[in-house]
Design a protein around this ligand. Structure first.
Ligand SMILES: NC(=O)c1ccc[n+]([C@@H]2O[C@H](COP(=O)([O-])OP(=O)(O)OC[C@H]3O[C@@H](n4cnc5c(N)ncnc54)[C@H](OP(=O)(O)O)[C@@H]3O)[C@@H](O)[C@H]2O)c1
Length: 333
């Protein structure tokens, strides 16, 4: 194994301001050998996630990232060599492979996946993105037919699926996204009822005009000003699904939180609840059945944004934070 080269991208230093190419370095190392209970993996697709940037702020639901270590990140990989029970060459797995060609990981850190085509669906609709949209909206937001659901980062991997599931459940779906082109795509291609371009400004007013009867479920991917604009427009007993806060990730933390917390939570009797997708992994089989059926019936469209080449992974993440992507961004290694 060691005659082969393993290209690895290191996070050389955690950013204090905006993330840039200078925070990463590509190195070449020998391909490592698995020990007992470990598996050698060939990484096929690396998932690009807003969370990659959030992890740089310190320990959260996962350990803090270390400087000068291989950049962490989820990936779909094939088993090359196994010294762990239950895994054989050719098996397809998901794990925190990191940004590299090959990874050696303990078998207990791998999730075995079915071999499906296209393999990219294992990161989009059947991956963290699809499951986050499914469980976040249905288990936390609990939308009822006829209600109004608003989602931010609506043209991204999670948001684009949230709006479509809201429609499947008989709701009105409103997306908030950056740019007229993304907004047009949400309504014309994905079937959202309305879309608001937050880069134009005036989100509060725009939302009032497309949701005059108020908002029942707000699926929040961004936090900050957009959360603040949605809060006063929530209906009594509305639900705010706290999925992420991408507006706060790429820079120092905001000095103040959104106005209206907790006052509006009290008077409108809102439920504002966070979750991590892994909380619901025990119910994954049901999600796969539903998502697969909606996809097959043409009720759900999957958008994938595949960038070629491991060396392009840093630029792909920086671009995602700047809103370059539509749907699920990933790198083909
Ligand atoms: N709780 C969980 O278990 C869980 C799991 C997965 C993801 N998440 C969260 O879900 C959210 C989406 O993540 P993702 O990885 O799927 O990324 P994504 O939605 O595919 O891409 C991120 C999008 O966020 C938008 N954005 C960037 N900066 C923004 C800002 N300042 N204000 C508003 N929008 C901004 C950009 O689109 P525009 O062009 O529209 O700006 C960008 O395309 C993140 O908050 C992430 O942390 C949570």
């Amino acid at each position: 194994m060691s005659s082969r080269v393993n290209r690895q991208i290191l996070l050389i230093e955690k950013p204090t301001g905006k993330l840039g190419r200078e925070h990463f370095r590509l190195i070449e190392s020998p391909v490592p050998e698995p020990k007992d209970s470990e598996v050698l993996l060939r990484v096929r697709y690396i998932s690009l996630d807003a969370a990659n940037r959030a992890w740089m702020h310190g320990a959260t639901y996962r350990a803090a990232l270390e400087d000068n270590a291989v950049m962490a990140g989820g990936g779909v990989a094939e088993v090359v060599l196994s010294r762990a029970p239950g895994f054989a060459p050719g098996d397809v797995v998901f794990s925190d492979t990191g940004w590299q060609d090959y990874a050696v990981l303990p078998g207990k850190h791998l999730t075995k996946l079915p071999r499906i085509e296209p393999m990219t669906h294992l990161l989009s609709i059947y991956g963290i993105a699809g499951l986050t949209a499914y469980f976040g909206l249905l288990n936390i937001g609990r939308p009822q037919s006829g209600e109004t659901v608003v989602v931010s980062a609506a043209a991204g991997s999670v948001g684009s699926i949230v709006g479509q599931i809201a429609k499947i459940k008989g709701c009105r779906a409103i997306g908030i996204a950056g740019g007229a082109e993304k907004c047009q795509w949400l309504t014309a291609h994905l079937g959202f009822d309305a879309a608001i371009d937050y880069k134009e400004g005036g989100v509060f007013k725009a939302l009032r005009s497309v949701a005059p009867k108020g908002v029942d479920v707000y699926f929040d991917n961004v936090g900050g000003d957009i959360l603040e604009a949605c809060l006063p427009q929530m209906n009594v007993h509305g639900r705010i699904v706290c999925c992420g806060a991408i507006s706060q990730y790429d820079g120092p933390p905001a000095a103040t939180g959104p106005r209206g917390v907790p006052g509006l939570i009290v008077v409108k009797r809102l439920r504002m609840e966070g979750f991590i997708v892994t909380d619901f992994f025990g119910e994954r089989d049901k999600a796969f059945v539903d998502l697969g059926a909606w996809l097959k019936d043409g009720k759900l469209k999957v958008e994938e944004d595949v960038i070629d080449g491991l060396e392009n992974t840093p630029a792909a993440l920086i671009g995602l934070l700047a809103g370059e992507n539509r749907g699920k961004r990933m790198v083909k290694v």
